[in-house]
Design a binder for this molecule. Structure first.
Ligand code: NAD
Ligand code: UDP
Length: 322
């Protein structure tokens, strides 16, 4: 069945690729975004498509969509720590009001709604890997709290709309995801390191670089998000999505240096407050429910991302127009 799909945050790194996939599958796509961290260049190739519509709007404010909506992917929220900390109150409102507005629309349209939650709801975890039943170790009163607590509250709203109003939901706790279409300037570790390496600038490792992350390639993640939306799950509890391969930040820096062949030096900077020391998903729920495991190895994914960043660097006109 051809559906009408709403993607909030559809001009961002993940949202724009989801919009493209849904168009390719024959669906009508409404992309709703305030362009806070998203880029027009991500959706420029989609703009001329007859089944694509871009609506510039801030999800903090309610919105109405004329006609049917069958699926809502709620992705609107800056994901990079320096970006979400720029206006923490707005970030919190984006998560909470954005979830509420998406859920209200889902209720009105009898649509299924997907929430892009995050591994950050586990905070600085005391156990590894993190299963969904782990309740986390989150500072409510720090610079990351606007994002972590906002996403936690959003999960609560999803639970309550499902149980109170029967809204069909799915929730993914997404672990660090990278790939082409990331904004090279967004401040996350993969984009920073590749951008720095390609420009011959210092590679900025925060702290000792011993903290770990698990990096999932975007194509793998999007496969799982789409499968989760299609899953008819009578008990739609949150599901971890990520690649369990765990690397230190220093190992990532070394890989990026080697794969780009850069002459850049690794330099060490202060570790930001409340930076989680370890992060590794337990993905047994996703494997059981979706039959999904990520396929792309970190080095292969980095190579594809590096090539994409190189292409963007060679197209300065498009970058300045974005
Ligand atoms: P991104 O910053 O590239 O995309 C977010 C998009 O949301 C941008 O286009 C931005 O302009 C838009 N947006 C932000 N606030 C908005 C608002 N108030 N109203 C309307 N639009 C708004 O980030 P991404 O990596 O594509 O992440 C997408 C979603 O996935 C986010 O909700 C993020 O929290 C979640 N997530 C991502 C990761 C990851 O590693 N990429 C990990 C965990 C969770
Ligand atoms: N980081 C780093 N150098 C950078 C950017 C990030 O060492 O230029 C570190 C950061 O301190 C964290 C990890 O890389 O330990 C992942 O950071 P990111 O901002 O990508 O996402 P997070 O997982 O912290 O939300």
């Amino acid at each position: 069945m051809r559906k009408t799909v709403l993607v909030t945050g559809g001009a961002g790194f993940l949202g724009s690729q989801l919009c493209a996939r849904k168009l390719e599958q024959g669906h009508t796509v409404i992309c709703l975004d305030n362009l806070q961290t998203g880029r027009m260049r991500n959706i420029t190739p989609l703009m001329s498509h007859s089944r694509f519509r871009f609506v510039e709007h801030d999800v903090v404010r309610p919105y109405q969509i004329a006609g049917p909506v069958h699926q809502i992917f709620n992705l609107a929220c800056p994901a990079s720590p320096p970006k979400y900390q720029l206006d923490p109150i707005h970030t919190f409102k984006t998560s909470v009001m954005g979830a509420m507005n998406a859920l209200e629309l889902a209720r009105e349209k009898s649509a299924k709604v997907f929430q892009a939650s995050t591994s950050e709801i586990y905070g600085d975890p005391e156990i590894s890997p993190q299963p969904e039943c782990y309740r986390g170790s989150v500072n409510t009163f720090g610079p990351r709290a606007c994002y972590d607590e906002g996403k936690r509250a959003a999960e609560t709203l999803f639970y309550d709309y499902h149980h109170r109003y029967g809204v069909q939901i799915s929730i993914a706790r997404i672990f660090n995801t990278y790939g082409p279409f990331m904004d090279p300037q967004d401040g996350r570790v993969v984009s920073n390191f590749i951008n720095q390496a390609l420009r011959g600038e210092d590679i900025t490792v925060y702290g000792s670089g011993a903290q770990t992350r698990s990096f999932c390639y975007a194509d793998d993640l999007l496969d799982a998000i789409e499968a989760l939306m299609e899953l008819n799950d009578p008990s739609p509890a949150p599901v971890n999505l990520g690649n369990p391969g765990e690397f230190t930040v220093l190992e990532l820096a070394e890989k990026v240096c080697r794969l780009t062949g850069t002459g850049s030096q690794v330099v060490f900077r202060d570790l930001p407050q409340d930076d989680p020391q370890q992060r590794k998903p337990d993905i047994s729920t996703a494997a059981a429910k979706l039959g999904w495991t990520p396929k792309v190895l970190l080095e292969d994914g980095l190579q594809m991302t590096i090539r994409h960043f190189q292409t963007e660097m060679a197209e300065p006109d498009q970058i300045s127009a974005a």
